[in-house]
Design a protein around this ligand. Structure first.
Ligand code: AMP
Length: 253
């Protein structure tokens, strides 16, 4: 079974992002970029499925500027077999939105015919949590989102999902779309020999137009702003004062 794993290049989770002074977007100039952490979990899961003999080939795909090749090479170093870059304009003002990504991935499903598509549940830059769900709808495939366990059985996948207040186990027929949650696995460290090997693995570049997809943005960002700064704290002499402040000043109890 072939697995398709979309990986997004995002601002590294350790970076404290800054909003541009004109409030149009986040400043990514000179900022460390990495693979979206949920996508790293997706690649790790795909590699584990291959190691178990369930999967035969792992194809990773990234949609974005040519710098996404670096993210794809990381996925190849984790253990993916080949990569596809769907290259979009490198102009930083160009925004690739989840619907456009879902349409690109739908076109790749038609071409590659994977048995399972494993995406991250959300990209930590836009926090959209939309692409997997829209992809499942466009491709008319069953979906199991927020997976914390994936077992592939004969023609089916049994997926444990993280839901409010507990876990839910669902079964989907394959092919299907699964999105990863944080507790699905702990991605392995990429070793130097595997980084070297990854350089030789195939990486194909296509344009959205080659797949017949129009990536014109449909959503306009009106304003981006920093979260309100936290005020300074105060020390209280005793528990009674704390309770009084919580009750009468903060009015939270
Ligand atoms: P989002 O809906 O933007 O929160 O993203 C959810 C998931 O969709 C991500 O974790 C990725 O697996 C996939 N995805 C989103 N954007 C891209 C992209 N530009 N290239 C590849 N995969 C993407």
């Amino acid at each position: 079974m072939k697995l398709l794993v979309p990986v997004k290049r995002v601002v590294d989770y350790n970076v404290k992002v800054r909003v541009k002074s004109d409030g149009t977007s986040v400043d990514v100039a000179g900022v460390k970029m990495s693979m979206n952490p949920f996508d790293e979990i997706a690649v790790e899961e795909a590699v584990r499925l291959k190691e178990k003999g369930v999967a035969t080939e792992i194809v990773v795909v990234s949609c974005g500027a040519s710098a996404c090749q670096e993210t794809l090479r990381t996925a190849l170093a984790i253990g993916a077999d080949r990569a596809i870059l769907v290259e979009t304009p490198s102009d930083p003002s160009f925004e690739l939105q989840p619907l456009a990504v879902a349409k690109i991935l739908k076109a790749l499903i038609d071409k590659e015919q994977p048995g399972l598509v494993i995406l991250g549940k959300q990209a930590i830059d836009d926090d959209c949590n939309q692409t997997g769900q829209m992809l499942a709808a466009l491709a008319d495939l069953p979906q199991a989102t927020f997976a914390s366990k994936v077992e592939v059985l004969e023609g089916k996948a049994r997926v444990t999902r993280e839901v409010d207040g507990g876990l839910e186990t669902v079964e989907v027929t394959l092919p299907a779309v699964v999105t990863t949650d944080l507790r699905l696995n702990e991605p392995r460290y990429v070793t130097l020999p595997n980084i070297m090997k990854a350089k030789k693995k195939p990486l194909e570049t296509v344009k959205p137009a080659d797949l017949g997809v129009d990536v014109t943005p449909r959503i306009k960002t009106l304003k981006v702003s920093e979260p309100v700064k936290r005020g300074a704290g105060v020390k209280v002499p005793d528990v009674a004062t704390l309770v009084d402040k919580l009750k009468n000043e903060a009015k939270v109890i």
